[in-house]
Design a protein around this ligand. Structure first.
Ligand code: ADP
Length: 876
């Protein structure tokens, strides 16, 4: 269908004209009480939203697809589309349809995209919703990101020696920030493009959105003064220029929101050297935010540490975990506060109880900014401020200096509270309708208007009684409807008794409807005063909104302060409940932990006890620990535990151990397990080597490295040689503290060659043909991986276990474990054992016998039968 089609209805012409400027979005076109979608948009929306697709006949013979959703539930449909990666443009009626002459004016009032969506009903309460923009220009990168729902804006700029490092930085930032939407200029680097096209992120290209648009923001009236001030400072410092990511970010927000960005109040310039850098692998391997098995916050460090009471605190805690500090003084200040809370459990408890009552006032800021805050939310704000006042008072009464100090920064915004309290009723509505929500006594004029309308209403209510008596018509009724207004209804049977002053208005089958001059006069007085009362009510409400807007920054500051207190309280509660201790910090490179525990693994243990272990590392003899020992002994757990304790300490948390002295580290790198990274287009071994190369390149003597079975992804001698030379390189060149777990027992020889390499192993007790894990880390090494024993414990069948034992004995007999091809190819079994067929048959019988017919559904039974048939065919 095209715009010039002469047979189009005027409405459809209007639609197509608007749609032309919103090709990328699904256009929600307001028609009466519905948002309608047409043509391709309708086809997509009906499929994605599971709503009926209908056809609308045009003036011409052709018809076109359409579908629609009621406007008052549109939010839930919009959020569904956004979650599925679509953008939505909202086209509203720009004038009252009742007053419009001809076609109602319509225009797009908002564009909703994943990174700019602010509906708190559909955003995750404990996660920020970031929009990120990046401009990459040769080896320079500008990154900015903002959470439009809370008003935070960050920016940074970095230059790299080569594009590979820039790409690594960019991808790490993407994983750290985890934006819902990315804006980036088009790239011609293959590796970066693979990331952009195949990662899970929602990517927009700046050239597609702002083709030929001037990106300067100086003329933009939607941006507030403070942002302009920050922009000019950053520009003077050379951290941004006219074509920076921050301009793109602001332009995009203006383009989509189409309203003032009042609550974006400052731009925070950040540098990664201000916090402990944790890359994507590290966050994933150490399960800081998500459990590896669960892929959500359960079984993660975040879950363990999250005892926060407010949504703001929960979001803040996540930031603390992802961005631990490196400044000793700042970290110790957090420790001091935790210590103060833990020493006064009553205070801790009371603060927690008060925090629980506090609303997500940070996310209210966007509503204050765009003036969409409703009366109910205002009261929630005021109640929250009341609780904040209580917290402030509680803190100021404390005898503890650290707690007192917390109260100084807490502003409970007395004036805002009292304004809301004197103006808005205690239990106001969410939706503003014809009801009153301004308190009695606040405005005399308003009281009078409402009173007049109430009186009129009462007069009309009394009229029925009066007229019944006057006319003697028992069934006379005074009624109201939208079209007629108030009227008197008399059934046909009583028409004779109708007095002469009644004026007939409408005739129905069984009755007649009348009005009287007196009734109409009262009605217009009543409706008039109600109308005026509502107008005045809105005026008062709007000036209260304006007042809140003028105080927006103080509200945001208070929200931030509460988020911080909530995190500190949460860390104190968790430290106390889990027996964590305050670590000591040093800058001498010593990491000494007595009886350390893994906070996540220990939390899963209920009956068995988690075995604590010591750690003693320094820049000297204990720089690198080569850890050998069987699979499943606890090597990975131990290494992760050390890294997590360091992270916890640097984020200001107490740590799971008896005592700890932690040297502040600048980066933690982890290379754990074999994982394909298909999103980056690499094979397993390639990924492993890229990670190693990145670690070696970026680690400093202040970094902490975990390398778990590096070299395993290739053949034995290749792998061993690579692992060997990596340790040599770290020991002599990088000098970063390193835990290196390996099955290459040859590597234990490195400790003889290098003073700073020590061997550790995890104790096991060998019992006949089985082993018992003692989980205790000790100095020394193990020259046996007990792989076959572990395979047996894991339930690998008898044939494989016996045959492996046999091969192993053969191989061990060969000089230097060289694998003699004859062993694999020519020799027959020495041990008497079942044939492969017998083992398979036994397994099959075991499986069938294990089925409990009473416990399975018919469908499950059919599935099992299917499998049994397949397996039995295999045995023939
Ligand atoms: P490895 O890396 O040596 O193969 P893991 O670290 O994966 O072994 O540990 C295997 C399992 O052993 C863990 O899942 C955990 O249940 C248990 N485990 C590890 N360390 C301990 C410990 N210190 N105390 C108790 N159980 C532990």
């Amino acid at each position: 269908m095209n715009k010039k089609d002469n047979n189009l209805t005027p409405m459809m012409e209007q639609y197509l004209k608007i749609k032309e400027n919103h090709k990328e979005e699904i256009l929600f076109f307001r028609l009466g009480d519905f948002y309608e979608m047409f043509l391709d948009d309708a086809v997509i929306a009906s499929r994605e939203l599971d709503i009926a697709l209908t056809k609308r006949a045009g003036n011409s013979a052709n018809s076109y697809p359409m579908c629609g959703v009621p406007y008052h539930v549109a939010d839930s449909y919009i959020s569904k589309l956004i979650n599925k990666g679509y953008k939505v443009a909202i086209c509203d009626q720009m004038e009252d349809p009742a007053l419009a002459k001809g076609l109602v004016k319509r225009g797009v009032t908002k564009i909703l995209t994943p990174g700019t969506f602010t509906d708190t009903n559909y955003l995750k309460r404990d996660e920020n919703n970031y929009l990120l923009s990046a401009i990459i220009n040769r080896n320079n990168i500008y990154i900015s990101y903002a959470d439009y729902s809370t008003g935070e804006v960050y920016t940074t700029f970095k230059t790299f020696f080569n594009f590979d490092d820039l790409t690594n930085f960019f991808t790490d930032e993407c994983y750290r920030i985890n934006p819902s939407e990315i804006l980036i200029n088009k790239q011609d680097d293959k590796k970066l493009n693979v990331f952009l096209t195949s990662s899970q992120f929602y990517i927009n290209y700046i050239e597609d959105i702002f083709d030929g648009v001037d990106l300067s923001v100086e003329e933009e009236s939607f941006i507030n003064e403070n942002i302009f001030k920050d922009l000019s400072t950053l520009k003077n410092e050379g951290k941004i220029d006219d074509y920076s990511s921050i301009n793109v970010l602001l332009k995009y927000l203006i383009k989509t929101q189409k309203m003032s960005l009042n609550h974006l109040n400052s731009i925070i310039y950040y540098e990664d050297k201000n916090f402990l850098i944790l890359d994507e692998h590290c966050k994933k391997n150490l399960e800081l935010i998500k459990g590896i098995n669960t892929d959500n916050r359960s079984e993660s460090l975040l879950e363990i540490l999250d005892s926060t009471k407010t949504a703001m605190g929960s979001r803040e805690l996540k930031k603390w975990i992802e961005e631990p500090l490196v400044n000793k003084k700042q970290i110790e200040e957090r420790f001091d506060i935790l210590e103060s809370f833990i020493s006064d459990l009553m205070l801790l408890d009371s603060t927690g109880t008060l925090l629980k009552q506090i609303y997500d006032i940070e996310r209210l800021s966007v509503k204050i900014s765009n003036k969409s805050i409703n009366p109910k939310e205002m009261v929630s704000l005021s109640n929250s401020l009341e609780y904040i006042e209580d917290i402030k008072e509680l803190f100021s009464r404390s005898e503890n200096k650290m707690i007192n100090k917390l109260s100084y920064n807490l502003n409970s915004l007395e004036q805002i509270r009292s304004e809301i309290n004197t103006i808005i009723v205690d239990d106001p509505p969410v939706i503003i309708d014809d009801n009153r929500f301004i308190k009695h006594g606040y405005s005399e004029e308003l009281d009078e208007l409402f009173e007049a309308s109430e009186k009129g209403k009462q007069w009309i209510l009394d009229l029925e009684e009066r007229e019944k008596n006057r006319t003697g018509i028992k069934k006379l009724r005074v009624k109201y409807n939208k079209i007629l207004g108030y009227f008197i209804e008399v059934t046909k049977a009583n028409i004779e008794q109708v007095p002469s002053d009644y004026i007939r208005k409408q005739t129905l089958v069984g009755s007649e409807r009348y009005f009287s001059i007196e009734l109409k006069e009262m009605e217009s007085r009543l409706l008039g005063s109600k109308d005026e009362a509502l107008k005045l009510q809105m005026k008062i409400f709007n000036s209260l909104k304006a007042f809140l807007l003028s105080n927006l920054f103080s509200i945001q500051k208070t929200a931030k302060e509460i988020a911080k207190i909530d995190v500190l309280v949460s860390l104190s509660i968790v430290a106390k409940n889990n027996n964590y201790v305050r670590p000591t910090l040093n800058t001498e490179g010593v990491i000494s932990i007595k009886d350390g525990r893994h906070p996540i693994v220990e939390s899963k243990f209920t009956e068995e006890l988690f075995v604590p272990n010591d750690t003693c590392m320094d820049m000297d003899k204990n720089l690198i620990h080569v850890i050998t020992g069987p699979n499943m002994a606890g090597k990975s757990t131990y290494m992760r535990q050390v890294a997590i304790i360091i992270i916890m300490a640097q984020m200001g948390s107490f740590v799971p151990c008896k005592s700890a002295n932690i040297s502040i580290v600048d980066r933690i790198f982890t290379r754990i397990g074999a994982s394909d990274n298909l999103a980056r287009g690499d094979s397993t071994f390639m990924v492993e080597m890229k990670e190693v190369s990145n670690i070696i390149k970026n680690a400093t003597k202040d970094s902490f490295l975990i390398l778990d079975e590096v070299g395993r992804g290739t053949s034995t001698y290749d792998g061993l040689s690579i692992a060997w030379s990596i340790i040599e390189y770290i020991a002599t060149a990088v000098k970063a503290k390193t835990l290196f777990a390996t099955h290459y027992h040859e590597l234990v020889n490195l400790s003889e060659k290098y003073d700073n390499v020590t061997n550790l192993t995890i104790a096991v007790e060998k019992k006949e043909d089985s082993i018992v894990f003692l989980r205790k880390i000790i100095e020394g090494f193990s020259n046996n991986s007990y792989g076959i024993e572990v395979a047996k414990l894991a339930g690998v069948n008898e044939y494989i276990v016996n045959r492996a034992n046999e091969l192993l004995t053969d191989m061990q007999n060969e000089e230097e474990m060289k694998i003699n091809k004859n062993v694999l190819n020519n020799k027959t079994y020495k041990v008497e054992q079942k044939s492969i067929f017998d083992v398979k048959k036994d397994d099959f019988i075991k499986d069938v016998n294990a089925i409990n017919v009473n416990e399975i559904s018919p469908i499950q039974a059919l599935n099992l039968l299917d499998q049994i048939i397949k397996k039995s065919k295999d045995l023939i």
